[in-house]
Design a protein around this ligand. Structure first.
Ligand code: ZN
Length: 325
């Protein structure tokens, strides 16, 4: 098992280039690390088949950098999500791929009005990037903002349909799967049919074992984090900056959890990115080797959900008539 896991690590991450809650509650930390989803059994023959994989255009590259003092991107890694590898030491200890002083910036719960564009602006000014874990419902509210995230060259992952905790015992297994799948299908819908990365983060970092197995069968990587900014609790931008820098100084590196949903995070980011640069930290971009394959039944469910109920199909002129002007 050890040897197999080692081989898997080697094939999971390949180095590409070196040039360049709102309802979030405090994560419930299990006493022990969750076993890697990478060791999940092979998909059962009876598992529903993903929709046929269609080739999609390559994601736009990040804009050329015009800021000579920018934080930039230290390196880009490509992730083979076969078997659903887990990342982030809070729950998954197997894939320790970051070097000293390397950070991965992650943003949850968007897209959201004002705050997500603020985060995008700060990242663009520093010519750097992150992973956005999207809530499906929010994607349907603000598809244009999500399109901006993708067009700017950032990695788009998903974070369920409605951000309900999947450890909630009231949910059936089918409902948990639906939360995961509709989040993915809604993100694809909002991106105009472009499938996001097979990168997933559980709400509140609570990982029900059977859904970890399911994501393994779906070849979707699971992201916990190494450092929680606790930005959803912060009362100011300064608190977020202090939290992240203090934890990074202690850990030396890590996948940082933040929320583009929150105002203080967007406010904190310009200064935080400058502090990362001054501290000698380098941002690592994480890309998926291939986009996620959505499942046709959930793509259809999203389209059905988004159809507004029609109260009447009578023509306007027969309903509204000007009687005085
Ligand atoms: Zn969240």
């Amino acid at each position: 098992m050890r040897i197999a896991a080692g081989l898997f690590v080697a094939s999971t991450i390949s180095l590409l280039a070196s040039s360049a809650a709102w309802s979030q509650t405090s994560p419930a930390k299990p006493a022990m690390a969750i076993p890697a989803a990478a060791t999940a059994p092979a998909p059962a023959a009876a598992a529903p088949a993903p929709a046929a994989a269609a080739a999609q255009p390559a994601q736009p590259a990040r804009a050329a950098c015009t800021n000579p003092n920018a934080l930039g991107v230290g390196r880009t890694v490509e992730i083979d999500t076969t078997g659903g590898p887990g990342f982030g030491f809070e729950h998954f200890k197997e894939l320790d791929f970051l070097k000293e002083k390397e950070v991965v910036l992650t943003f949850d719960d968007g897209p959201w009005l004002g705050n997500t564009p603020g985060v995008l602006k700060a990242l663009a000014e520093e010519c750097t990037t992150g992973i956005f874990f999207i809530i499906g419902k929010h994607a349907t509210y603000y598809p244009e903002i999500l399109k901006q995230v993708y067009a700017a060259g950032h990695t788009v992952g998903t974070h369920t349909w409605s951000h309900i905790a999947l450890v909630n015992k009231k949910l059936s297994e089918d409902q948990r799967k639906e939360e995961i799948e509709k989040g993915i299908s809604a993100t694809k819908w909002a991106l105009g049919g472009i499938a996001p990365a097979p990168f997933f983060r559980f709400p509140a970092l609570q990982h029900p074992a059977e859904m970890v197995t399911y994501l393994g069968e779906r070849n979707i990587a699971i992201f916990s984090c190494d450092l929680d900014s606790f930005d959803f609790k912060a009362r100011s931008a300064k608190q977020i900056i202090d939290n992240v820098m203090r934890k990074l100084e202690k850990n030396g590196k890590g996948i940082v959890l933040m929320h583009d949903f929150h105002k203080h995070t967007a406010e904190a980011l310009p200064e935080l990115l400058k502090r990362l640069k001054a501290g000698g930290y380098k941002v690592v971009a994480m890309r998926a080797k291939a986009p996620v394959q959505t499942m046709a039944q959930y793509d259809e469910a999203i389209i059905k959900d988004l159809k507004l109920p029609t109260a009447s199909s009578r023509p306007l002129s027969s309903v509204v008539k000007t009687v005085s002007e």
